[in-house]
Design a protein around this ligand. Structure first.
Ligand SMILES: [Zn+2]
Length: 337
């Protein structure tokens, strides 16, 4: 009798435990799934934010919004014009055979080639190669930036604009003498004037290239489009600008990492540093966009901290040269076949 009762009690206890385990599973499993989804959504939101910020970088400000509509209209007009064009501008759109013959006649082949560097040649040392770039200079901070880099055995690229005061001229020379890369970022940096037509773009290019050569004795061969190659504010087709630069043997660089110093929002130094490092970690060959203007004090403040981190990573920090893999929002190989 007693045995039987014990047996049914055990059975009862077993069923009770089983029920409890099933109930726990019913509660725990959805909870775990919820946590996983929560984390996933968080990381996706972060990615979305970064993409939005990169897009905003290409077209900040209301002035550019206004130009967007104009650019769209201009592009449509240009597309309509292109097939039948017969003037000098239109020669770029002629058939392949004619184009080839023209190239032979017009120019020395060496000058017209853009050497597309092979990333493999950079990474045989197994190290990360970081390209710090400073746009819009020179400024009152340029010398500090140069000294900071040089004290740490690093070089960088300065995408400068045309300034004629003595300090700026001294800075162009100082950049070259320090072994950095003096690169072009247009003479005027005036979106409306620069991108008004193919003619205005070309004139501005010749002006900045010859000016830098005159001041420093070195012909600059690297370019960064104001607003990047994917900007939507240009009234002249960016493909046309890209073809032109390629004909000059000039390589253009956009960026794949940035510190956010040109955005409407002012970031705290530690947030700028984090954004920069996120970009640097994400790419094999990070090209970091920063700005060298009097207003960008935070970039100068961030720089020693960034340098410290890069040293810890044992990264090679150097100026853009012929071995630097192209980082382009609109790839030259998609435009110039
Ligand atoms: Zn700029």
């Amino acid at each position: 009798m007693e045995k039987k009762r014990n047996g049914s009690r055990r059975k009862e206890k077993f069923l009770h435990n089983l029920l409890a385990a099933v109930l726990w599973l019913c509660v725990l499993l959805p909870l775990i799934l919820c946590i996983i989804l929560f984390v996933k959504v968080g990381s996706l939101e972060k990615e979305l934010k970064q993409v939005k910020e990169i897009n905003a970088q290409a077209a900040p400000g209301s002035f550019e919004e206004e130009l967007k509509t104009m650019a769209l209209k201009a592009e449509k007009e240009e597309a309509a014009e292109e097939p039948g064009q017969n003037d000098a501008e239109g020669s770029e759109q002629k058939t392949e055979t004619v184009k080839k013959e023209e190239t032979k006649e017009e120019t020395k082949p060496e000058e017209n080639k853009v050497s597309v560097p092979s990333p493999a040649s950079v990474y045989t040392d197994g190290k990360k190669h970081v390209y710090l770039t400073f746009d819009d200079g020179p400024s009152d901070h340029t010398l500090d930036i140069l000294e900071l880099l040089e004290d740490n055995g690093m070089t960088a690229t300065f995408f400068c604009i045309g300034k004629t005061d003595e300090h700026s001229k001294e800075m162009y020379r100082r950049i070259v003498e320090g072994g950095h890369t003096l690169a072009m970022h247009s003479y005027s940096h005036d979106y409306g004037a620069l991108y008004a037509s193919a003619k205005s773009f070309k004139e501005d290019f010749y002006k900045i290239q010859s000016y830098f050569e005159e001041v420093t004795g070195v012909k600059p061969m690297y370019y960064r489009f104001p607003g990047g190659s994917s900007n939507t504010v240009s009234k002249v087709s960016m493909k046309k600008c890209i073809k032109f630069l390629t004909k000059q043997g000039v390589a253009y660089y956009d960026w794949n990492a940035l510190n956010g110093d040109a955005e409407g929002k002012v970031y705290a130094v530690k947030d700028m540093l984090k954004r920069t490092m996120d970009g640097i970690k994400a790419y094999q060959c990070p090209v970091v966009l920063m700005h060298d203007t009097n207003a960008k004090e935070r970039t100068l403040e961030m720089l020693p901290k960034l340098i410290k981190k890069l040293k810890k990573m044992d990264a090679v920090v150097e100026g853009i040269d012929e071995n630097t893999p192209l980082v382009q929002h609109i790839k030259v190989t998609d435009v110039v076949k």
